[in-house]
Design a protein around this ligand. Sequence first.
Ligand SMILES: C[S@@+](CC[C@H](N)C(=O)[O-])C[C@H]1O[C@@H](n2cnc3c(N)ncnc32)[C@H](O)[C@@H]1O
Length: 249
Amino acid sequence: MTMNDAGIRTDAQKVFDTYEHLATEILRKGYRHNPIYMARKAIVDWELMMAAGIEGKRVLNVGCFEPIDELLWAGLAAEWVGIDLSPRSIETAQTIVQRTLVPALAEKVRFRVMDAQALEFPDESFDVVVSFSVIDHIPDPAVRHRAILEMGRVVRRGGAVIVTVPNRFGYFRALHRRNVRRGIVSDVGYQYFYAPGELRAELRAAGLMPIRYTSDLKNVNDLPKYVRALIRPLEWFGDRMGYLARKPT
Ligand SMILES: C[S@@+](CC[C@H](N)C(=O)[O-])C[C@H]1O[C@@H](n2cnc3c(N)ncnc32)[C@H](O)[C@@H]1O
């Protein structure tokens, strides 16, 4: 039996079942109503999206689950496609988008059930490909690698790939492991915790160029420059972290 970083048995079927179940729970109230989750997404995922620039772009969201990103960014992107392995998550995402966005925005967003390791899109069909807290839910390293290769394949040359995950060295990690073991927090199917350097190497191995790192312990911009420099190393210990990478032209 193989144990994962969270001290639980690695199991792709269990992850699938978890998200099929959670998909019905989030219809009325979801992570989009959790301020801490949203704050982490804002500081990490959305900061990298702003750096990539998505205005007027064709965007693919790999492992969308609840359509939090779709609700926020559909207005800015030209086209948005969300994919997920879990059919119920896709159904839920469609329902939430239809009942939340005005029709002119909802029609920009499409969803499909799909596996990240075998994307059913032609080469170079998107300007920006994002994947937030998804590859950490894939137990097999070969499948994680194929998923990143696929993101690199479907993005155009010069386009952006953004991958964020929970940090192996994150300030919350040890506590999370303990709380899962004790049954205090629910097991949401984490299968692998990347270290920042490891994620950077994974992106490079897929032919992408990581150009920007961020985490939720990012420097606060309005601090004096020398204080920012002093506390910058803390960024490696943020709980959610990730990279913006470019596909070479
Ligand atoms: C934590 S949720 C994603 C959260 C969401 N992206 C966000 O930022 O709020 C993980 C999602 O990854 C999906 N997933 C796991 N393995 C996948 C795969 N091989 N292909 C596509 N989706 C996958 C799960 O079904 C689940 O919906």
